[in-house]
Design a protein around this ligand. Structure first.
Ligand SMILES: [Zn+2]
Length: 264
């Protein structure tokens, strides 16, 4: 709807009846500055106007400064980084977790120790290094072993051919086209899984993680069926569906307890 149509009939009547109402010359058009470009007012939509007001009010999250200091060579656009969880999954828990990670509000032991809530800042897994987000999600030897197993598993499915970098783990993988959705969704799920393992002081297990990925796939399948988007769903998950159907129930006793903890 154009901005003129958004004005109520009552207001239009007041404007027309007002003696101060001035009709612009027909060859002269009113223009509004939208995203640094002059746009004819008749072509401005309510959404464009709303976004322009929003843009003027918005301020960059303070966590961006800290991220820039930690990752001076980061070449990604913030818009890409923030929108990734909303693009690759419907899962609100992993979206929320990634939001916390990007805004530096994931409560690692380093942060809890600074707040005097625990006695040691050391990592829950290795107990040797300070548990920063970078250590917990990437540098820790326990986590590294898990990522190696995970990368081997997804490379068997021909989704990835190289190991993941720290930036890939924290922000996502952007330089892929074919498997962008599934790869980044699995990375988000893996980070959330690692964090839940840390909370329960158990080492991450690939078997348990595959079970959680399978459960997530089944939930997304139901959502896709209800919204008539099964084609899109199968396109995203097609490389993993044969593996999920083969996933043996003999692992179930192993994973059941940890899966229950993870989904709490
Ligand atoms: Zn560690």
């Amino acid at each position: 709807m154009g901005i003129v149509n958004a004005i109520s009939d009552e207001w239009k009547l007041i404007i027309k009846q007002s003696q101060q109402h001035i009709c612009p010359p027909s060859n002269d058009k009113f223009q509004i500055n939208i995203e640094n470009a002059m746009v004819n007012v008749l072509k401005v939509t309510s959404k464009m106007l709303y976004n322009e007001f929003k843009r003027k009010k918005q301020t960059a999250p303070s966590a961006q400064k800290k991220i820039k200091l930690k990752y001076p060579n980061l070449s990604l656009e913030w818009k890409e980084i923030y929108s990734l969880p909303f693009t690759v999954t419907h899962d609100t828990k992993t979206r929320e977790f990634q939001y916390k990670l990007l805004n530096n509000i994931v409560f690692t032991n380093e942060k809890l120790f600074r707040l005097k809530m625990i006695d040691s800042p050391l990592c829950a897994f290795c107990q040797t290094e300070v548990e920063s987000p970078e250590h917990l999600f990437f540098h820790c030897n326990v986590t590294k072993s898990f990522w190696q197993l995970l990368c081997s598993w997804i490379s068997e499915k021909k989704v990835i051919s190289t190991s993941l970098t720290l930036e890939n783990v924290i922000f996502g993988v952007f330089n892929v086209a074919e498997d962008f959705h599934i790869l980044n969704h699995i990375i988000l799920l893996a980070k959330y899984y690692i964090y839940n393992c840390k909370l329960n002081i158990i080492h991450p297990s690939l078997k348990v993680f595959i079970a959680t990925v399978k459960a997530t796939s089944q939930i997304e399948q139901k959502i896709a069926a209800n919204s008539n988007k099964l084609v899109k769903h199968y396109k995203k998950w097609n490389k993993f569906l044969p593996c999920f159907s083969e996933f043996s129930l003999c692992f179930w006793d192993d994973v059941c307890r940890d899966l229950f903890i993870f989904t709490l």
